[in-house]
Each structure stands twice: as structure tokens, then as C-alpha cells.
Ligand binder design. Structure first.
Ligand SMILES: [Zn+2]
Length: 413
């Protein structure tokens, strides 16, 4: 299978791109080659690497707008958890399909997920064709989050061949997973060459509780039990001391900035400047749609940049090019995928931008417009793993997903 993309703007110049299989095979001025499929940008479309969402809970699209503007504890205990208890496997499947649809329509080509009924998420992502790293969730208080269950799942998954799905081990957090289970998860990940995905230091309360229990801050505690290494993807990482930042640098961990969720739940402000200065790999994530409330990484880039500027009282902090890089290249590095850039040999995970959209006029600087001016609706076409998932804003199966969700929402809410 090959795709020839003609007359698109790449780094300010008109270019053609040939995709062979799932990789970018050639980039040139005028490629007159045969291909199974052709897309002509007519110099009215720009090409960019697809965005990478490094932390989320896809199926929570089902709870979008259900319970907003509440304190975190009340939101979780009175609203979200009772609703989650009513969900079945099919709900998770359709909720994840809706998330995939929204991500494709807003230019995300890969996401890092943490939600139970993992086999339903796997099925949804594979069907939609989007790249996904599905976390096998470790949670001590739920039968499905126990070690035996994860081993059972992994034994099934590792024998199957997936097109775009790979896996991680996802212990939920230090306050829902015991020390023994965290150590087990770390060893299991190492043995099976999997990444580790965990929530860390999201709230001030988490830090205080950890200090009370272990006389250590969360990063110090994870370091002590030998959990931290370059396989770790640490979501939130807001409440960090200088010492903790130093540990994360030494252990070469990846951290995920989730600005919208952090602001909406009033969790705190990610210490972007300090973490960047320390040389830690920063990625971008939306978190779940119940605390965001959308999965549009364009919005996340803008909020992410603005929040840091106001925090530091410095407009030069978190520039558009820096933020675009954390949403693409850095995410690819953390998730260990050969993507995040438009270059020969890279995976064909790319998006086309409709340059006729008002938010892109007059077009002084594409990356500035992408970060500060546009929403994800400026994306016209999406290709993942060498396959077209959206053409002129049309995604296969969109109507059915919307209808199915409307019916299901009546059943659980
Ligand atoms: Zn989360």
C-alpha cells in the first residue's frame, strides 16, 4: 500500500511525500511516482507530524459534562466512581471509539491510555486505526486491577498481532497501589519490555499523605523502592521539590504536562521552567475527558503555553515551537515510537492542515498559528501507520459512534 501526497507545504516549501507501507519513503520537490492512493494539497495544505497525547482515560468521554465544577473528592466519590461502577465492557468500547474519533478529528495520531476493560480499548483503537499505548491498569482495590488479572491479560495480548496498539503497565498511583504491587509492576514491565504509566504528585494532598505515611515525598518514595527509570511516564508531576526534580533527571523519567485538567480540578501548576531546565523529557496530555473536557491537543498546547507565561510572569517562557515539540517529538520519545517528525524513515503518522481556515490567515508563522490561533478543526486529513483515517474531515463510522453513545448515555447517567 502506498500514498503519494502532492503539493503540500513542509517547513514553508512546496513538497511531495511518498508513503510506502507504514513509513515515509521519500520527500521531494516533484515526485512523479505511482501510488495506490493520491492526495493533492494544491499548495493549500501544510503537513505536520501528528500530535501525541501522552496521558488520558479515553472511555471517560462517556462522562463529558456530566459533573463539572465540583471539589475533587466529591467529584470522584459522589459522581465519577458510582457512574463507572455501572459501565460494562461495551460502554468502554464505545467510549473509547468516541475518544479515538475526537482525537483523529483534532489531529492526534497516538495516545497513551489508562482505563480498565483494556481489551475493549484495544479493540476500539485497532478498529479506528489510531496508534495507542494501552495501559494494563494495576489497582489494589479492584479485582480487575490485581496482578493475576494483568498477567492473564498480558498472556493473551502478547500472542496477538496488533497493527497500531502496544502496551504499558499502568499502576494507577502511589495512593491506590501498594508498595508490593508497585515493585511487582516495575519488575513485570522490565521483564516484558513494557513502559510504566502512573499518576504522580497531582495534588498537594497526595504529597502530604505520602510524607505522613512514609516520611518521604512521592518521588523520594518511588526512588527508594526502585520504581523510577527511563521506562516511566509520570502524569501530572506538579508538586515537586528541587530534590525530586534532581531524582527524576538522574533516573531519566518522562513527565506529562496536563494543563487543562490541572486548571479545571485546581490541582496546581506544573513546574515547566524548572523541569525543562533540568533536562527532563516533557510531554503533553489531556487527561480524561471528564476533567478537561475535550481531547483537542491544540487547545492543550495553547493553555499549556499561556499558563506557564502567567506563572513565571514572563512571556518568553514556553514558546510556541517548544510547546509544539512537547506535543510531537517528546511524546514519541517517551512512548518509544519512531514518529513525531516529518522525515524519511519515520512512521507515516501525519496530519494535513487546511491553510484556508480563518485562524491561519495571513499565515506569518504556521507553528504560532497552530499553538495560539487554531483549534483542531483546522486539520483536514489524518494518516496513521500509512493509512488514511480522515479525508477532508470525514472519518469512517462517525455517525454510528454518535448514535451508539446517545443510546448508552441514557442507560448509565
Ligand atoms: Zn489521569
Amino acid at each position: 500500500m502506498s500514498i503519494l501526497i502532492k503539493n503540500v507545504i513542509l517547513n514553508g516549501k512546496r513538497r511531495d511525500i511518498l508513503i510506502e507501507g507504514n513509513k515515509i519513503e521519500k520527500i521531494g520537490k516533484s515526485l512523479n511516482l505511482r501510488a495506490d492512493e493520491k492526495i493533492d494539497g494544491k499548495e493549500q495544505k501544510a503537513v505536520l507530524p501528528g500530535l501525541i497525547n501522552c496521558h488520558g482515560h479515553s472511555a471517560m468521554t462517556l462522562f463529558r459534562g456530566y459533573a463539572d465544577d465540583l471539589p475533587l473528592k466529591e467529584w470522584l466519590e459522589k459522581k465519577i466512581w458510582p457512574l463507572e461502577a455501572k459501565l460494562n465492557r461495551e460502554d468502554v468500547y464505545w467510549g473509547t471509539k468516541l475518544a479515538c474519533l475526537e482525537m483523529i478529528k483534532t489531529g492526534t495520531t497516538c495516545f497513551n491510555d489508562m482505563y480498565w476493560s483494556e481489551e475493549a480499548s484495544v479493540e476500539a483503537a485497532e478498529e479506528m486505526g489510531i496508534r495507542a499505548k494501552i495501559g494494563l491498569v494495576v489497582l489494589d482495590f479492584l479485582p480487575m486491577g490485581k496482578r493475576e488479572n494483568i498477567e492473564k491479560y498480558w498472556n493473551i495480548f502478547k500472542r496477538k498481532k496488533f497493527k497500531t496498539v502496544t502496551f504499558s503497565i499502568a499502576p494507577h498511583s502511589i495512593y491506590t497501589v501498594s508498595k508490593e504491587s508497585l515493585v511487582w509492576a516495575k519488575n513485570f514491565a522490565k521483564k516484558n519490555n513494557l513502559l510504566l504509566h502512573i499518576h504522580l504528585s497531582e495534588t498537594e494532598k497526595e504529597v502530604k499523605d505520602c510524607q505522613k505515611k512514609y516520611r518521604l515525598r512521592p518521588v523520594e518514595y518511588l526512588n527508594k523502592i526502585g520504581f523510577l527509570n527511563q521506562d516511566c511516564i509520570l502524569a501530572h508531576s506538579i508538586w515537586l521539590s528541587e530534590k525530586e526534580i534532581k531524582i527524576l533527571t538522574q533516573r531519566r523519567c518522562n513527565v506529562v504536562y496536563n494543563p487543562c485538567s490541572n486548571m479545571k480540578l485546581a490541582s496546581g501548576i506544573f513546574p515547566y521552567k524548572k523541569i525543562r531546565k533540568a533536562g527532563i523529557n516533557i510531554c503533553l496530555g489531556t487527561d480524561g475527558p471528564a476533567s478537561n473536557n475535550n481531547l483537542d491537543l491544540f487547545e492543550e498546547m495553547k493553555f499549556g503555553a499561556l499558563l506557564q507565561k502567567v506563572k513565571e510572569k514572563d512571556p518568553t517562557v514556553a514558546s510556541a515551537s517548544e510547546i509544539f515539540e512537547i506535543a510531537t517529538k517528546n511524546g514519541a520519545k517517551a512512548l518509544r515510537i519512531n514518529a513525531g517528525e516529518i522525515r524519511v524513515g519515520k512512521l507515516a503518522d501525519l496530519i494535513l492542515i487546511d491553510l484556508n481556515q480563518v485562524c491561519l490567515i495571513p499565515g506569518h508563522n504556521l507553528i504560532s498559528d497552530i499553538v495560539y490561533s487554531c483549534s483542531g478543526t483546522c486539520v483536514s486529513d489524518v494518516i496513521v501507520n500509512g493509512k488514511v483515517l480522515m479525508r477532508d474531515r470525514k472519518v469512517k463510522g462517525e455517525g454510528k459512534i454518535k448514535r451508539e453513545i446517545a443510546i448508552r448515555a441514557k442507560g448509565y447517567a
